[in-house]
Design a protein around this ligand. Structure first.
Ligand SMILES: C[S@@+](CC[C@H](N)C(=O)[O-])C[C@H]1O[C@@H](n2cnc3c(N)ncnc32)[C@H](O)[C@@H]1O
Length: 357
């Protein structure tokens, strides 16, 4: 069962304070990013329990004392640092996570490098039903057409964010999928080929086909070649939104990981219908998603609701992180049957296993 951040149990004062804090979130987030990227927080952390003066940080980081103190005062309010004595700071427990936790870093870099500027256009994106913020990164109809060419840090941060979540789920997911012993599998939205290569390496009988946009298939090919898996992993460039197409068939399994969240409900039904056509009579279609209603804690749900805003402002303006009930409706509209849903695949994912009626 999902949990959300509950402010109705708060006192009036606490609820007002939460609202006031919200108005400063964007600037406070920038301060926290600057503390990391200018090396200020690292210096505070290195100093240990005795702490370090703002003057010493200023010298070590080559940033004015004014700048260091302004950032660290924001850090005090954020809970990233503590004062040991006036103008001498030590790291706080939250600051240690902000500095070193892989998941927090993947999230923060994604927000900063991919989403931050573009999200300023969120209201336009909602009105236009298109990714009005994407122009901050490049001139494409949606982000997927630009993935292989994203500018500056945004490319690394996009892939780090995407892979962080799917990577930790894949080993658990493999156990779920290979219970069905598939010999042929389509990996739709296979991206850089991580899942397909992992399946091929661990299951000598399976043949994998990555279906993705041409640019992505181009990025996956050298990885497959380097892994020596050219005979067991193929690519099939295909825009799955094309009105008419046929996928390689019949296959024992169709796999879609962190994929359907990239599309609108109508598009999901269209894609699932094509996946269904590719299935062998006893085949299974596996949907791996992070459903926001299936998270064990409110923070995971919060991050998924935030990720939906990326889909709105930056990705394509019409997709989101769905809840499991909605996804089940789309599966049924495509003429498939949900056989079962396996929750807690890794920390955040579920796998919806679908079959022909
Ligand atoms: C969020 S990534 C998922 C990557 C991977 N499956 C995973 O679990 O990490 C979505 C993938 O869908 C692909 N994609 C987006 N739109 C597509 C389309 N219209 N046709 C084919 N692939 C598409 C993107 O290129 C990208 O590789």
């Amino acid at each position: 069962m999902h949990k959300e951040f509950e402010t109705d149990n708060a006192t009036m004062d606490e609820a007002k304070e939460a609202a006031e804090r919200l108005s400063f979130y964007p600037m406070m987030f920038q301060a926290a990013m600057a503390m990391n990227r200018l090396g200020v927080l690292q210096k505070v952390s290195d100093a240990g329990a005795k702490g370090i003066s703002s003057e010493a940080i200023s010298e070590a980081c080559g940033v004015s004392q004014y700048g260091v103190e302004t950032l660290l005062e924001a850090g005090l309010s954020l809970g990233l640092v503590k004062l040991v004595e006036p103008y001498t700071y030590r790291i706080a427990r939250m600051g240690a996570f902000w500095l070193k936790d892989r998941q927090t870093i993947a999230n923060a870099d994604f927000i900063q490098d991919v989403c931050y500027k573009g999200t300023f256009h969120l209201d336009d994106a909602i009105k236009e039903e298109g990714p009005a913020g994407l122009k901050e990164l490049g001139d494409w109809p949606n982000i997927y057409h630009g993935l292989s060419k994203l500018p500056g840090r945004s490319k690394e941060s996009w892939f780090k964010f995407d892979h962080h979540y799917s990577d930790q789920a894949f080993p658990h997911a493999m156990k779920v999928v290979f219970e069905y012993n598939p010999k042929t599998m389509l990996d739709i939205g296979g991206n850089t080929g991580k899942w397909s290569m992992m399946c091929a390496k661990n299951n000598p009988d399976v043949h994998m086909t990555i279906v993705d946009l041409p640019g992505q298939c181009g990025l996956a090919m050298p990885n497959i070649e380097a892994a020596g898996l050219m005979d067991r992993v193929s690519t099939h460039p295909q825009n799955v939104l094309d009105a008419e197409y046929t996928l390689p068939n019949p296959v024992d399994a169709v796999w879609m990981s962190q994929f359907l969240d990239c599309f609108s409900p109508e598009q999901i039904v269209h894609i699932l219908s094509h996946g269904k056509e590719a299935l062998a009579p006893d085949g299974r279609l596996f949907i791996q998603e992070t459903f926001w209603d299936q998270q064990e804690n409110a923070t995971a749900t919060y991050c998924l609701h935030g990720t939906s805003l990326y889909f709105t402002a930056m990705a394509n303006g019409n997709s989101k992180m769905y809840d499991s009930t909605r996804m089940e409706q789309y599966v049924e509209q495509a003429g498939l049957v949900v056989e079962k849903v396996v929750n807690t695949v890794g920390y955040f994912h579920s796998i919806m296993i679908c079959k022909l009626p």
